[in-house]
Ligand binder design. Structure first.
Ligand code: C5P
Length: 422
């Protein structure tokens, strides 16, 4: 997410949540934005102008008279040079002043003296938020086109619980980005499967595999960043849910398939899960006992449903279906054969020889195979160097974005890079 040519005037008003604004400055700058800051008298009780100046790498203004020289940086210039005025946190008092056009300090004067778009991030005690006066002020601002992020509900710094928590810096950054740019996958629904599946032997034992879920997790995050609505269906992993995804935890392959089918329809399906090929027959309802002199239990298996294949031939087949193939030998031929067998559009082949140390690692070495009906080749392939799993995810999501952009260019004609359900 890049905000390189954007200047944001951040107004920090009073409230304990003001500490989050320090991280917000850091995140906005990391995204490339120039950040100019005004700290109100109330805000300065909670964050020091010095830390704000250090993080923004600009002088920080606290009152009208801190703009020593009008010709150097007057309040008019300060507010009009910004592409966006972001008030975070926006206290009940600041919201009231904005609603009523007060200009009794630098922050409110800058807002009133500007025609630039304004975004507020309310943060206050739940009773103050719920008060009719605040709600009326919020409505007035909203009618005037002021955008609002949050507040969220939860436990407050003051110990009370309710509506009034300041939105998190990542969510604010995301809203700022959305304000400036249309995200390429906005409106698209993507289902991502990730992690291993666990197939029960008895109530305490299972058969699983070494998948860490890191690659699927990174893909879900990259899709969310590109604006897609993501349903993330994961087997047991040590990873947190990707922020912003609709996350569903499953164990066995059958559960995963059920969750995937329930999540359809979708535009994109990414089968990054390492689904166990077999489930144990007759799962014991009691823990199997080891008995002296008796041989080990002989397990028999049934084949699990193939989720990727089922989705590829589903009546609600997504426009783009992409699988993964973990191979230990002859990746090129095995992956190509798998792509045709499973009837998916794309297949990401990864070499998981132990020497490559891919399972659980933060890096991956992949080759992207694409089914194509253009030219005399059925399948094209692109080999990528070893890179971070996040970088693989970004690459894949950029490829996905091209599919949907091509489709738009072709006036909603089906894309040549994907195929329809049979
Ligand atoms: O056949 P193999 O397990 O190598 O295929 C890998 C691809 O197929 C992955 O995308 C995986 O998520 C998917 N798969 C599946 N259901 C299975 C087995 C694999 O969706 N039962």
């Amino acid at each position: 997410m890049m905000l390189h040519d954007k200047t944001i005037l951040l107004i920090i008003s009073g409230g304990i949540a003001a500490y989050k604004s320090l991280d917000l400055i850091r995140q906005l700058r990391k995204a490339g934005a120039q950040v100019r800051c005004i700290v109100s008298k109330g805000g300065a009780q909670f964050v020091t102008p010095m830390s704000v100046a250090a993080l923004s790498e600009h002088e920080v203004y606290t009152d009208l008279f801190s703009l020593k020289d009008e010709s150097e940086m007057g309040h008019i210039r300060l507010s009009r040079e910004a592409d966006l005025i972001l008030v975070a946190p926006a206290s009940a008092n600041m919201i009231a002043k904005m609603a009523h056009g007060l200009a009794d300090d630098l922050a409110s004067t800058c807002i009133l003296a500007s025609d630039k778009p304004v975004m507020i991030v309310p943060a206050m005690n739940p009773m103050m938020w719920d008060h009719q006066a605040t709600q009326d002020n919020i409505e007035t601002l909203s009618d005037r086109g002021v955008r609002q992020i949050g507040p969220a509900s939860g436990e407050m710094a003051c110990g009370e619980t309710g509506m009034g928590r300041m939105a998190e810096p990542e969510d604010i950054l995301s809203a700022v980005y959305d304000f400036f740019f249309e995200r390429p996958l906005k409106g698209k629904h993507a289902i991502v499967t990730s992690g291993p599946t666990y197939e029960a032997i008895d109530p305490v034992r299972f058969i699983g595999n070494r998948s860490s879920g890191k690659q699927g997790h990174a893909i879900a995050c990259a899709l969310i960043k590109a604006g897609a609505h993501v349903t993330y269906i994961s087997g047991p992993t040590a990873l947190p849910c990707p922020p912003g995804a609709n996350s569903i935890s499953v164990e066995a392959a059958c559960e995963m398939l059920e969750a995937v089918e329930n999540a359809l329809p979708a535009d994109i399906f990414i089968g990054a899960a390492a689904v166990c090929d077999w489930a144990v027959d007759n799962v014991s309802t009691q823990k199997l006992k080891k008995r002296e002199g008796q041989s080990a239990p002989a397990l028999t298996f049934t084949e699990n449903p193939d989720i990727l294949k089922t989705v590829s031939s589903h009546e609600k087949r997504p426009e783009l279906v992409c699988g993964f193939a973990a191979e230990t030998q002859d990746m090129n031929n095995n992956a190509k054969a798998k792509l045709l067998r499973k009837k998916c559009d794309w297949l990401v082949g990864n070499n998981v020889c132990s020497a490559q140390n891919i399972f659980g690692s933060d890096e991956n070495e992949v080759c992207l195979f694409k089914y194509t009906d253009i030219g005399d080749q059925d399948i094209t392939s692109q080999t990528l160097p070893r890179m971070k799993k996040e970088a693989v995810a970004d690459f894949l999501v950029n490829e996905i974005i091209s599919v949907f952009e091509n489709k738009k260019d072709q006036n909603n004609e089906p894309s040549h890079t994907t195929r329809a359900a049979e």
